[in-house]
Design a protein around this ligand. Structure first.
Ligand code: COA
Length: 176
């Protein structure tokens, strides 16, 4: 779909700031629900190291992704929520947004990322269920995936992942 890929190349991928809060809330309310938008806001204003990125086109926010620090493995992040407005889907914008977020995470010295999501979608970035096996969580399975941003980052780790309460609230709300 060359035309759609062209649109993804035209989008601007950037970190968000306080001025984006209303647009992120509106986007998440449209993609998920206003309840999820509200709990996500607590997550965005969590630790300063939280990575929050947007995709925008002509100044209009059409996609958002969040990576939150988790305790356990050294310098590990958890990815969610990740949302693209319905009118802008299947144009590779979500893929580009994940790629930008992972690149920024690597630049900031993060060593691994965990996600609970669609394996077919996240596999394209190198996420694997096997890589997440080192983490002891109750939702272990095919949909629980991890990516090493630094080779071997998780190889010596065996133990729990300690998610912030706001992240668990978002995850519970998304999974219904
Ligand atoms: C998932 C989501 C972020 C993808 O964004 P997008 O911009 O449409 O994705 P892209 O255009 O980059 O990628 C499209 C590809 O992903 C695939 N895809 C899209 N949604 C998918 C899903 N839920 N499961 C598996 N594959 C999916 C498409 O089939 C397409 O495959 P292809 O590249 O092989 O043709 C978007 O559909 C969305 O916001 N969904 C609702 C919220 C959600 O489910 N978020 C993820 C969980 S946190």
């Amino acid at each position: 779909m060359p035309e759609a890929k062209g649109i993804a190349a035209k989008a601007h991928y950037r970190e968000t700031g306080p001025a984006d809060r209303a647009a992120i809330r509106a986007l998440q309310a449209e993609v998920y629900s206003s309840a999820i938008a509200a709990v996500s806001e607590a997550l965005i204003s969590g630790p300063a190291e939280t990575l929050s990125l947007a995709a925008d086109i002509d100044g209009s926010l059409i996609g958002h992704i969040l990576l939150t620090p988790v305790a356990g493995p050294d310098r590990a992040l958890a990815l969610a929520p990740h949302a693209i407005l319905p009118a802008w889907r299947d144009m590779q914008i979500g893929t580009e947004l994940v790629r930008h977020a992972l690149r920024l995470a690597r630049q900031r010295g993060w060593r691994s990322v965990f996600v609970y999501g669609q394996p077919d979608y996240y596999r394209r970035f190198g996420f694997k269920s096997r890589t997440a096996d080192c983490a002891d969580v109750t939702w272990q399975g095919d949909r629980f995936l991890a990516l090493e941003l630094e080779e071997g980052a998780l190889s010596a780790y065996r133990g729990p992942l300690d998610y912030p309460e706001a992240y668990l609230a978002v995850a519970r709300a998304i999974s219904g």
